[in-house]
Write a protein that binds this ligand. Sequence first.
Ligand SMILES: Cc1cc2nc3c(=O)[nH]c(=O)nc-3n(C[C@H](O)[C@H](O)[C@H](O)COP(=O)(O)OP(=O)(O)OC[C@H]3O[C@@H](n4cnc5c(N)ncnc54)[C@H](O)[C@@H]3O)c2cc1C
Length: 333
Amino acid sequence: MSLSLTHEILVLVECNAECELTPASLAAVSFARRISQIKSCKYSLLLLYRLPNTPQTTLFHLGASEVLVCATELDRPFLAERITPTLARIVKERNAELFVTAATSTGKDLAPRIAALLDAAYISDCSKVSIENGVIAFHRPVYAGNAMAVCHARSSRVIVTVRQTEFPLATADIAEKSKLTFFTLDQESVEVSRVRRIGFDAVTTNRPRLTEAKVVVTGGRALSNRFNEVLSPLADCLNAAIGATRAACDAGIAPSDFQVGQTGKVVAPDLYFAIGVSGAVQHVAGMRGSRVIVAINSDPEAPIFSIADYGLIGDLFDIVPKLVAAIRTTKGI
Ligand SMILES: Cc1cc2nc3c(=O)[nH]c(=O)nc-3n(C[C@H](O)[C@H](O)[C@H](O)COP(=O)(O)OP(=O)(O)OC[C@H]3O[C@@H](n4cnc5c(N)ncnc54)[C@H](O)[C@@H]3O)c2cc1C
């Protein structure tokens, strides 16, 4: 048995709180578009929240044959346990052979559940797709990004999560408008769910989102209780997002949703500062795609220097304030 793709690809797209399609979703659409071009099959989009107010033009001109929108009001973030049975039913009813979602926390929460319900193959973190002897090959990083696995699915249905940093953002350049269809959540699965929402502690910030920022300033354990005091001025003058190593998060000096790496977020900004970061493979797995990497570390042997484009050897508590002062002078701020 193998993936034949005679029916369709279904792509789950997400909107942010401002009802704009997320860049991660646009990367997932671009992945689907590439496969649909190779295999000459159609793709449709599935949106879990009500229709976005403004970017309808984007949503309906991405080349999808149909846009399916959930008409049931959902809490943000929703509970995957309540939604998965409906999504699995839709995939089955439409005979969709490929279900695609970005490898976001939502995507990673839903995709394996859908695969389990449908007894489908599951391929996570896909970062490249190719055709080998007429068969679709999904490429995904393994061993913290030190090797690439090339996966051929031995299943007629495949559920895939896509690394947003590895695909271009799909553009709304298709003149023909997609058909709009609404669906509702299966009441049965909503009632049967044994999971209940107790609350949600959202971290609010005025900075760009870590996975979407053009500049990321990441700090390691070395910053200790001066994490914010040292990094915030640098992030402010570069309009950067702030990231952290797992050691910094585990030590409680940075919130967990700052974590970059294998078990954190994957980022690929234009400019990445690694400040007091050793450069462990698990950290590098989440930022090696950055265009320019600047490392500041007191240890000349720190592994981060082997992947850095620019390295400053010295005490970060001395270097970072000087860097901030120099940037402010240059920018006149
Ligand atoms: C399964 C698994 C998954 C993991 N996932 C992740 C992940 O997603 N993300 C992640 O980051 N880690 C992850 N880790 C942890 C990872 O292995 C490292 O332990 C971690 O990245 C180290 O963080 P650090 O660089 O802040 O700390 P350290 O390793 O303690 O390094 C601190 C660095 O700061 C430098 N330094 C100290 N003082 C100064 C100073 N004054 N000025 C300048 N430099 C200074 C030191 O020279 C050193 O290089 C994972 C580990 C495992 C086993």
